[in-house]
Design a protein around this ligand. Structure first.
Ligand code: DX5
Ligand code: ZN
Length: 215
């Protein structure tokens, strides 16, 4: 039921191929790819070419978290590069409804992400157009930050909004500061996909950590 999506943002960038290979051995479900453009967030990571290169190293689900302005321009490239899910930020796209449908039309699952300061009502009219809602529990840009508990409250509200519409198959992913303690809070509130960067990649026993995060 609960899926774990380790973020390679916290892996050794000089050895991302082998990091991704390890995720399979550690029984992770998804590979979470944090794409940052230096404009939407104050950091730069990588784009579709990295996704394509890593695709050869894993059969897990590739979960692209687009922390970029105007994300629609990259959708076709990420589809080509083997991404399975593409999540855009509501704060970064004036036409999120159109972009979500475009992502789906390309054959990827579409996710909508909310920053900690964004109200759940901002995504209310998008719920029919997405496969996943990503609730940020840190301000995006960096790994290793502290979990913002107020942001996690949104998970419960969004789960209620989905249930009220009969959208039982839409996933809720949480991202930022997820560790063994905060993972429980997220699961209890109704999240079913947990992103974890530092908790997994700084662990002495990542396989065990993933098991504990799953609850
Ligand atoms: C933050 C990223 C997260 C982050 C998670 O901008 O979207 O995926 O890397 O890392 P931790 O689990 O270390 O907070
Ligand atoms: Zn992320």
């Amino acid at each position: 039921m609960i899926k774990i999506a380790p973020s390679i943002l916290s892996a050794d960038y000089a050895a991302l191929g082998s990091a991704v290979e390890m995720l399979d051995e550690w029984n992770a479900d998804y590979v979470h790819l944090d794409v940052m453009d230096g404009a939407f967030v104050p950091n730069i990571t990588f784009g579709a070419p990295m996704c394509k290169a890593l695709r050869k190293h894993s059969n897990l689900i590739f979960d692209a978290h687009m922390m970029v302005e105007n994300p629609a321009q990259w959708a076709a490239a990420f589809k080509d590069a083997g991404a399975d899910i593409m999540t855009i930020h509501i704060e970064a796209d004036r036409h999120a409804h159109r972009t979500l449908n475009y992502i789906r039309s390309l054959g990827m699952k579409a996710g909508i992400a909310l920053n900690p300061a964004t109200s759940p009502s901002a995504v209310e009219y998008l719920l029919d157009s997405c496969d996943m809602v990503l609730v940020m529990t840190v301000n995006p840009g960096f790994g290793g930050q502290k979990f913002i508990a107020e942001a996690a409250d949104k998970v419960r509200k969004i789960r209620q909004m989905l249930d009220a519409r009969g959208l039982y198959d839409v996933d809720i992913e949480v991202d930022g500061g997820v560790n063994i303690e905060t993972a429980k809070v997220c699961r209890d509130n109704g999240a079913n996909i947990l992103v974890a960067g530092n908790a997994v990649f700084s662990s002495d026993d990542p396989k065990r950590t993933i098991e504990l995060l799953r609850g």
